[in-house]
Write a protein that binds this ligand. Structure first.
Ligand SMILES: [Zn+2]
Length: 91
């Protein structure tokens, strides 16, 4: 019985203590690090001034100021109404 205790119960006890220690260390780290890791994704995705290519003349235009048209569920960006009309005539 003493051997059983030494090779089964004691290692399990040590593992249990180590797991609690690790959880308290990494658990404390996660609460400090997590907010910094989560935030950059939405801010970069929603940032204005994204450049879109005009498919007619190849000019890069800002998504905020461009002339847009929804074609087959996709928003296409143009530098001017003239390019938009040309694209409509070509397709
Ligand atoms: Zn254009």
């Amino acid at each position: 019985m003493r051997l059983l205790f030494r090779f089964v119960v004691l290692p399990l006890l040590v593992l249990w203590v180590v797991r609690i220690l690790l959880r308290s260390i990494f658990g404390g780290m996660n609460t400090q690090v997590a907010p910094k890791q989560v935030r950059p994704v939405p801010t970069t995705a929603s940032a204005g001034g994204e450049l879109k290519k005009d498919p007619v003349c190849g000019t890069y235009v800002s998504a905020d100021t461009s002339v847009t048209k929804r074609i087959n569920g996709q928003t296409v960006h143009f530098c001017s109404p003239a390019c938009r009309d040309k694209y409509r005539a070509a397709s």
